[in-house]
Design a protein around this ligand. Structure first.
Ligand code: PGA
Length: 253
């Protein structure tokens, strides 16, 4: 049984006081929800504020990126040991906005994953095709190539710590959610690719989140699919009502 995992990606949104009050409301609202892992990922500058607001609750905190080197002359960057030192649990790596807007490659994502693992952070690694790639019938190839390039060199022990987020680029922030069947097809194919690279028990254990316009009113049917184990949520993670609605919808409450 894979434990559901809902993560909120706040992207480059909110002020410090917004972050404090959203995290406080979520921490309070989660007190009763068991059976699901829940994390929120604020901008770097608000991590400490959010960590303080979430302290003592079931809510975990993640970063949205990191730099693969531990320290040194890398102006403007933030390392995995710094995040671990602060008490951060997760790191979203290889988000499509980083791949497409900032040109991040699979090899760079892999080095970030290694750095995260080396500091005890739990990576959430994103893969997903563009609309053009989907229309050209290349979805499974693209996702499989991203998996091999970003994760395929990990040992079985390292891979066991990873969460994967399948996020079709055309569904992110567009309101155009993949149908449960479209998402399930990719998740199930990805699990087969993982089984071929590792083995069936590793493939059965890894959690694969879906991301792209997840809302309280579509999460239940997505989660009902055999190979969808959670959600990576952008826009709908920015208010307590919609994010808690997604958490409750995911665990059928
Ligand atoms: P969205 O973003 O829920 O706003 O579509 C998802 C994501 O980018 O992780």
């Amino acid at each position: 049984m894979r434990r559901p995992f809902i993560a909120g990606n706040w992207k480059m949104n909110l002020t410090q006081s917004d972050c404090r009050s959203l995290a406080t409301d979520l921490a309070a609202g989660l007190a009763t929800s068991e059976g699901c892992d829940v994390a929120i990922c604020p901008p770097f500058v608000y991590l400490e504020t959010v960590l303080n607001a979430a302290a003592g609750s079931a809510l975990k905190v993640g970063a949205q990126n990191l730099y693969p080197e531990p320290s040194g002359a890398f102006t403007g960057e933030v390392s995995a040991p710094m995040l671990a030192d602060l008490g951060v649990t997760y790191a979203i790596l290889g988000h499509s906005e980083r791949r497409h807007i900032l040109g991040e490659t699979d090899a760079q994502v892999y080095s970030k994953v290694k750095a995260a693992l080396g500091s005890g952070l739990l990576p959430i690694v994103c893969v997903g095709e563009t609309l053009e790639q989907r229309e050209a019938g290349r979805t499974n190839d693209v996702v499989s190539t991203q998996f091999h390039g970003s994760l395929g060199e990990l040992s079985e022990e390292e891979f066991a710590i990873i969460t994967i987020a399948y996020e079709p680029v055309w569904a992110i922030g567009t309101g155009k959610v993949a149908t449960p069947e479209q998402a399930e097809e990719v998740h199930s194919n990805l699990r087969n690719v993982i089984e071929s690279r590792y083995n069936s028990s590793v493939a059965a254990a890894v959690r694969i989140q879906y991301g792209g316009s997840v809302k309280p009113d579509n999460v239940t049917e997505l989660m009902a699919q055999e190979n969808i184990d959670g959600a990576l949520v952008g826009g709908a993670s920015l208010t307590p009502e919609s994010f808690l609605g997604i958490v409750h919808g995911a665990i059928g409450q």
